[in-house]
Design a protein around this ligand. Structure first.
Ligand code: NAD
Length: 353
């Protein structure tokens, strides 16, 4: 049994689906179901006895204690977080609460449970912290990609809160001996991605005939990884990673945001052309840049490749095509996530440049 937190969100749900497809080992999935959590992401495992969903908050120490005692997990895979940089700029409080306080409570519950295990189970136990490359800060154009030895220089409330929780995870190993692992992954894309993030937002807005907002000049560079490749990296680290180590995970796909938007438009032009014959790129609208927007992230993933033999299965070309096709085939899922609350948020976000 493993305990997954945040398993109704974008990456967590993909991870749970992958896990149950590949393994007979059950999963307890603890998720608060914030605006970003969506049980429809897990429709395909509804009724599967190996999946136990618990709606609850990682800040709830009593609930965590009951979960550990009741399910006796051999590992924790910690995805639960507030994850959207723009939301963290408008309201950092939830990010401090979930990403820092919640991670602290989870570490404490895991430590209490782990400390009472027999010696062999203590040695085999793992706490895997799923983190981001954004904790490293921003890169100049010619600088080498982030390696695991790079110092943390987080620039947004989101990345600062993730960096804080990464430090707690490290300290729980150094001080108490809890066997922890940390991954720092680049930008994910793929199925079940909430349409406030660049790629799903572009697809959903394009199809609805709405503007395609691009921050500033659109030349901010990110590395992109297909979400199922992130899931395979997390499994790989859980299986073979050395406790106390951190592993960077990336796709080797550095691309400026504007290129991503043009790629999505070109795929939609091919797969679902606009009725008037124009390309979707005519909907691109540059909007005022995000304050403190990091210019470039790039990840050096050679350690996980060399030491654990992990490689991504998708190229960017294959992954982005699968993603666009998935959104075209899942109009119901898209309609379901577009609640009134979501629309209100988007409307406060994008002011014309
Ligand atoms: P997401 O926002 O889609 O999902 C987060 C999930 O956590 C949601 O289901 C939400 O309901 C749940 N949650 C939030 N607060 C909670 C709480 N207090 N208690 C219990 N559950 C709670 O996020 P995501 O994009 O799937 O990211 C998952 C993890 O991966 C995060 O820790 C994020 O920092 C990390 N990460 C994301 C990316 C990316 O590109 N999306 C890249 C690298 C790392």
């Amino acid at each position: 049994m493993i305990l997954v937190t945040g398993g109704a969100g974008f990456i967590g749900a993909n991870f749970v689906l992958d896990w149950l497809a590949a393994s007979s080992e059950p999963v307890v999935n603890l998720d608060k179901l914030s605006y970003a959590g969506n049980l429809h992401n897990l429709d395909s495992v509804r009724g599967d006895a190996r999946h136990v969903f618990v709606q609850g908050d990682i800040c709830d120490a009593a609930l965590l204690e009951r979960l550990f005692a009741g399910h006796q997990p051999r590992a924790v895979v910690h995805f639960a977080a507030e994850s959207h940089v723009d939301r963290s700029i408008h309201g950092p409080q939830d990010f401090i609460q979930t990403n820092i306080v919640g991670s602290f409570r989870l570490l404490e519950a895991a430590r209490g449970y782990w400390s009472r295990l027999p010696a062999d189970a203590r040695a085999a136990f793992r706490f895997l912290q799923v983190s981001t490359d954004e904790v490293y800060g921003t890169l100049a154009p010619a600088e080498p990609a982030f390696s695991e030895t790079r110092g943390f220089e987080p620039n947004s409330p989101y990345s600062a809160s993730k960096a804080a929780s990464d430090h707690l995870v490290r300290a729980w190993q150094h001080t108490y001996g809890l066997p922890v692992l940390t991954t720092h992954c680049s930008n994910n894309y793929g199925p079940y991605h909430f349409p406030e993030k660049l790629i799903p937002l572009t697809i959903v807005n394009a199809l609805a005939g709405r503007p395609l907002p691009v921050y500033g000049d659109g030349l901010q560079v990110r590395d992109w990884l297909y979400v199922r490749d992130h899931c395979s990296a997390v499994r790989c680290v859980l299986d073979a990673g050395q406790p106390g180590q951190t592993y960077n995970v990336g796709g080797g796909n550095e691309k400026p945001n504007i290129e991503i938007v043009h790629t999505v438009c070109a795929l939609l032009d091919e797969l679902r052309p606009r009725a008037d014959g124009q390309g979707y790129a005519c909907q691109i609208t540059h909007v005022r840049d995000r304050p403190g927007h990091d210019r470039r992230y790039a990840v050096d993933a050679r350690k996980i490749e060399r030491e654990l033999g992990w490689r991504p299965a998708e190229t960017f070309a294959s992954g982005i095509r699968k993603t666009v096709q998935w959104y075209l085939e899942h109009a119901d899922w898209v309609a379901n996530v577009q609640t009134g609350a979501y629309r209100d948020w988007v409307q406060t976000q994008y002011q014309s440049a």
